[in-house]
Design a protein around this ligand. Structure first.
Ligand SMILES: *Cc1c(COP(=O)(O)O)cnc(C)c1O
Length: 369
């Protein structure tokens, strides 16, 4: 896809042995296993982007005064590389991640990484580590591009040095047990994002502030937390790391509108396209927690599901909140969620016709397979 003479490649001299890798890839889990290499690019005010490398994955050494450790100038992305049955290596809409990364950089006052460097880093890393893409159902190589302020300085201003890095983690299903059905906690006090804040960009800080609510949700026996708007504490926004969709029995798919406090998910946007193609009426509009409870009680609400790169499409079967709990539909995986998920993964794994031009093929030398 992208020609990237920009990157110098230094192969890992001590990669994990073939047999061990094969064994590890049988049960990849999520986020604990990593490939042999990483992409690394530096930026300084003086030099701009420099020293772009694919190199052995190793610890980064940071000065304790590095700005990211104090003021949290950090952004990230998440996307996956898939292996198709005919052996091709595919990326799903990676230029959308590159664009969002640029938006996140602007919001956090960081240098904007050119799209071709983002795509080059991801592509070259996948090329070099293509043997790390697991083969099972729903398995993929999860890619985590991120950038942080590396300047040693305690003054408060945007840093003058940054490191951009991409690591790769073979992944199975996101929810342990492969559970495609989760219970969520609706949080009515703690907030994730406010107008004018950073809710619409992907930065580590958003996650840091969502963890207490996530822990509370776990205490309540829930898998995930859903946040409400901060002004009226009425409108449903999204989960800590996934967008949310409601399916009404009149064939309508409702999802909260993007407006600065919701992360514009690439999965969300793709699901809306696929739902419309399947003949559903798609409504991006405010949906209140009251309306949600009301629709669930009178049977108008058929399904609710979460969507995002890591979890793909995951049905929400049960909802808990301070005053009680309720079940969605019959409390099982919804058929609309299942159908949309299937349509999406069929495109991602190269099984279905890519009529929207979403997939990018990474040319991997046979050598690496
Ligand atoms: C990453 C993320 C999503 C999902 O975005 P995708 O592009 O679909 O992976 C949703 N919400 C939040 C808060 C996120 O960080």
């Amino acid at each position: 896809m992208v020609a990237t003479p920009f990157f110098e490649i230094y192969p890992n001299s001590n990669p994990i042995k073939r047999e061990k890798r094969k064994k590890l890839l049988e049960t990849p889990g999520f986020g604990t296993l990593f490939s042999d290499h990483m992409a690394l690019v530096h930026w300084s005010e003086k030099k701009g982007w420099y020293k772009a490398q694919i190199t052995a994955r190793k610890s980064l050494s940071l000065d304790p005064a590095s700005a990211v450790l104090h003021y949290a100038q950090e952004i990230f992305e998440g996307l996956k590389a898939y292996r198709s049955q005919d052996g091709r290596v595919l990326l799903f809409r990676p230029e959308q991640n590159a664009k969002r990364f640029a938006q996140s950089a602007r919001r956090l006052s960081m240098p904007v990484l050119p799209e071709e460097i983002f795509l080059g880093a991801v592509t070259e890393l996948v090329r070099v580590d293509s043997k790390w893409i697991p083969e099972g159902v729903d398995a993929s190589l999860y890619l985590r591009p991120f950038m942080f302020a590396s300047e040693s300085f305690l003054g408060v201003r945007s840093a003058k040095k940054y490191i951009f890095c991409v690591i790769a983690s073979p992944a199975g299903a996101y929810f342990s047990g492969g559970g495609e059905l989760v219970t969520i906690w609706v949080e009515e006090h703690l907030s994730r994002a406010a107008p004018g804040g950073t809710g619409a960009v992907k930065c580590g800080g958003n996650y840091a502030t969502s963890l207490e609510a996530q822990a509370l949700a776990h205490e309540k026996g829930c898998d995930q937390v859903a946040f409400l708007d901060v002004i009226e504490r009425r409108w449903v926004e999204e989960l800590g790391g996934m967008n949310i969709c409601f399916v009404l029995n009149s064939g309508i798919l409702v999802t909260p509108p993007l407006g600065g406090t919701i992360l514009p998910g690439i999965t969300r946007s793709s699901i809306l396209t696929l739902a419309a193609e399947a003949g559903m009426k798609v409504e991006e509009r405010g949906y209140s927690f009251d309306e949600w409870q009301h629709d669930a009680a009178d049977g108008r609400l058929q399904e609710v599901f979460a969507c995002g790169t890591a979890a793909v499409v995951t049905s929400i079967g049960r909802v808990r909140h301070e005053k009680g709990e309720f079940v969605i539909g019959n409390g099982t995986v919804g058929s609309v969620a299942q159908e949309l998920r299937q349509k999406l993964v069929d495109i991602q794994y190269g099984r279905a016709n890519d009529s929207y031009g979403w997939m990018r093929v990474v040319n991997t030398p046979k050598l690496y397979l």
